[in-house]
Design a protein around this ligand. Structure first.
Ligand SMILES: [Zn+2]
Length: 344
């Protein structure tokens, strides 16, 4: 992601960009925007680029674009003083509120700083830009503080709330924002983009297991995701055939992130169900496990699969709410459930 130029938007976001630019040209830009769409398609990147554009003193057209389109496609120039500051992340009129650590909620202290920021005057005399991502990851106190700021935003302030799951956002916050939907890029476009970033041969598979989100797919690739997945898959196969004990496999899994492992396991079991119902591999998401799914699914009863998915979901909730006490025990329990699928 870091290799993407920070002043531009992704090719699949052109309509979003043009629509916002039109609103801005007509002086109709609302003070709060809610960017919603699935994770991993570049919404935060877009918000940063738009914020940089708003603060830039001399917006420029991307090369190769002409006429009216050219006007609407303008982005930050990368040369003016404001652009240098926004590029370094030190512009006094642009703040970004994200969790201190990935996966953790945004804290009330961070929102208190925001309140002070909004109450002061713009340092450079222009717009003030506030990006909050993801706003659904706030506790009720922080949410109420944000609501208050949105109710009295001050002049020339643009809020961009970047949400991966806007249904979970406080309804009172949602109603203060104009919603902008970001759709997922078409598969061909994602593949083309990924091919520019990587010469990996498994781009199709990558995209499929990352639910069609190109940025997630790239992160996954850079994070050795494919290698880690095949290790997890080997553990599942080993346990199912009793070559490996559940304790051994659970130990191997200790180095995995529990939320992604559980998400994947759940997706794998959904594939078993889909395959059992359709007897076709077309709908199988986890293409790297296709052999296992087609070979083993006839041995498994549907009811057992549904019960197992419920078990995984329970653990996922515990992991999200950080109440699961012991990872080793959780993995062992899940593996016992997994092995049990194949008992007749
Ligand atoms: Zn500039």
């Amino acid at each position: 992601m870091s290799s993407e130029p920070t002043q531009t938007y992704f090719s699949w976001q052109q309509d979003n960009w043009h629509n916002l630019r039109l609103l801005q040209q007509r002086n109709r830009l609302p003070h709060a925007l809610l960017f919603s769409g699935v994770k991993g398609i570049g919404k935060l990147h877009f918000a940063r680029a738009f914020g940089r554009y708003m603060l830039c003193s001399n917006p420029a057209s991307p090369e190769g674009e002409q006429g009216a389109e050219n006007q609407l496609s303008q982005v930050a120039c990368e040369k003016c003083k404001a652009c240098l500051l926004t590029q370094q992340g030190t512009h006094p009129d642009m703040v970004e509120i994200v969790p201190d650590e990935p996966g953790k909620p945004i804290k009330i202290d961070q929102i208190r700083e925001l309140t002070r920021f909004v109450a002061s005057s713009p340092q450079q005399g222009g717009y003030r830009i506030v990006i909050i991502c993801p706003p659904e990851e706030m506790n009720i106190n922080a949410g109420n503080a944000v609501l208050k700021v949105l109710e009295e935003p001050g002049k020339n302030t643009l809020f961009m709330l970047v949400s991966h799951s806007s249904g979970r956002l406080m309804a009172t916050i949602r109603s203060r924002c104009q919603a902008i939907n970001f759709s997922q890029p078409k598969k061909a476009e994602s593949i083309q983009w990924l091919q520019q970033k990587s010469d990996n041969d498994n781009i199709d598979l990558l995209l499929s297991i990352c639910n069609g989100s190109p940025l997630s797919a790239l992160d996954f690739l850079n994070d050795q995701g494919l290698e880690r997945r095949s290790a997890v898959l080997a553990g599942l196969k080993g346990a199912a055939s009793r070559r490996l004990s559940v304790t051994e496999v659970a130990q191997q899994w200790q180095k995995e992130k529990p939320d992604s492992l559980l998400e994947w396991l759940s997706s794998l079991i959904s594939d078993f169900i889909r395959y059992k119902m359709s007897e076709s591999v077309d709908k199988v998401v986890n293409k790297d496990a296709e052999k296992l799914i087609t070979k083993a699914s006839f041995r498994v009863q549907e009811e057992k699969l549904f019960a197992f998915i419920d078990k995984i979901q329970e653990y996922r909730l515990q992991v999200i709410s950080k109440t699961n006490p012991n990872q080793q025990l959780m993995y062992e329990d899940l593996l016992v459930g997994w092995v049990g699928l194949f008992d007749s």
